[in-house]
Design a protein around this ligand. Sequence first.
Ligand code: URP
Ligand code: ZN
Ligand code: ZN
Ligand code: ZN
Length: 510
Amino acid sequence: SISELNQMQGYCAVASDSECGWSLTKILIKGGTVVNAHHKEVADVYIEDGIIVSVRPNIKVGDDVKILDATGKYVMPGGIDPHTHLEMEFMGTVTIDDFFTGQAAALAGGTTMHIDFVIPVKGSLSAGLESYKNKAKKAVMDYGFHMAITKWDEEVAKEMELMVKENGINSFKFFMAYKGSLMVNDELLIQGLKKCKSLGALAMVHAENGDGVAEGQKRMIDLGIRGPEGHALSRPPVLEGEATARAIHLASFVNTPLYVVHVMSIDAMEEIAKARKAGQRVTGEPVVSGLVLDDSWLWDPDFTTAAKYVMSPPIRKAGHDKALQSALSRGILQLVGTDHCTFNSTQKAFGFDDFRKIPNGVNGIEERMHLIWDTMVVSGQISVTDYVRITSTECARIFNIYPRKGAILEGSDADIIILNPNASFKVAAASHHSRSDTNVYDGRTGKGKVEVTISGGRIVWEDGTLNIVPGSGRYVRMEPYGYLFDGVEKADAAYLASLRAPVLRAQAAA
Ligand code: URP
Ligand code: ZN
Ligand code: ZN
Ligand code: ZN
């Protein structure tokens, strides 16, 4: 049971509100530098019943209020991870972190909300949603859903409408890879883009040419390359660049915004840069693994070590990582996810003699905030306000939940972290909160430490201890027509007018 699991892992398993400080709902965070995406200032933050009540210097409170001293530290919106796969059935198995362990890990690392991908059940969106609602019953923090689209017919189109209008889902993901399971063809993608546009929902793509990947896999097997390195060799950057360009061109043809998940290569990034320069609404999401790792691990002679780095699109050669960091710092890419999709070494071993059977996915939900701070802020590539934008605010804006999420403003949800820039973090598989026995960032250290996480107005992480209650996490509904849709109608009107102009000229001439 969850409470047994809780106890086993040393978490607070008390469901009642009166024990272990869980009832404390009035908190004053004193003297920290409050950072939003638009502004930072030294101020106090007063929280009551899960909501930020006041943000200003020198707030005076009574003695029933818990006080946290944040002098010399940063007080920032909790991270929002736009890309996770908790308890997902995939490649013949199920990801090992569920909505309890995955979210526990998230909170310990300063992330207070995530958006997970609902996978339809036999093509049915409603059945998929029911299944994910059940998985999320043990949630310990707020979460939202994207929905994958894996087949096309009138029923799916109707269900998309139902998802948007009644179920709080405002984004749909199309897999251009995983031939034979999740992959969609161009015909489906075009229908899907049209439907997304008509609903004000954001279309997301996993951009790799799935037919090319199948051919590349055959090529490697024919050459006798069956180890984890074959994974990277079988799906090179050119296949990611091609699919990214194709998705961008089709989204332009339909005139609807596009969100490219897990941008892993220079090839894909440059397609996004080109489209954005031309004024197209394209969002690019790098993930932590693509930003801080390179593919050298895939050649490690030890299978267990190499296999843990297998994800799709693959982690690329050194150079792609730095180029993606630079693109992120220059605004070519806009926000950072993790694609947290964990399999333990037993599951990874399914592909011991055939890389095609290694379940694809790496961890990151607990490490994202620290690794991005160290890699991007400590290195001087971005400012502290930029950090808040790429880890939290931009995600909230895109998915239309700002400023309830992604900001420290009066009236916002009290999802807050306190980060000490002078402390250090260390990643270790032995002490992380994921259920996996491995960690692709094992041994990494760096500057900056999330010392306190506040989720829904409760202190859930302090002094290295989690204090969480299964079932306390809430489903966050996300309404359609986020800001990326602003102006889409005007562009359509201009397009239609341009079609009519020759007709009117012909009529005038007759
Ligand atoms: O390897 C990966 N990325 N696994 C998760 C599924 C996906 O493609 O996002
Ligand atoms: Zn307790
Ligand atoms: Zn994907
Ligand atoms: Zn993913």
